[in-house]
Ligand binder design. Sequence first.
Ligand SMILES: [Zn+2]
Length: 133
Amino acid sequence: MDDPLCYLAIFFMSYFNTGKKENRKLIFDKYNGHCAYCGAVLEFKNLQIDHKEPLRRTSRGVERDYSFENCMPSCGQCNSSKSSFELEQWRKELDLKVHRLNDYHSIYRICKSFGLVFETGIEVKFYFERYGS
Ligand SMILES: [Zn+2]
């Protein structure tokens, strides 16, 4: 496996070209036209493709999993928010946002006091984790 040609072969075997329209359609259909993370209904023209496992920096350089399994249909909001977070890091980050709203935003706190918004206390569960169950 130390042969560089082996790495090259593995890279191309898992490569899924997201630039092709038919491949983008396969990703769009993966969760029936919904964002894999928040579950919002997507329009094909606005589809963004997120890599569930983001690029990794290793001693050999930058690695990215280009497989179909790693390509997730995403809305712009989720793709931007997730950015280069690992999935579990992002889940924690989303949970922290509620704490930050309470700690730093008086508008949020007053709205909460008057029952205009309320917190559910539920754990962040991504749409693809609930999909099909
Ligand atoms: Zn989303």
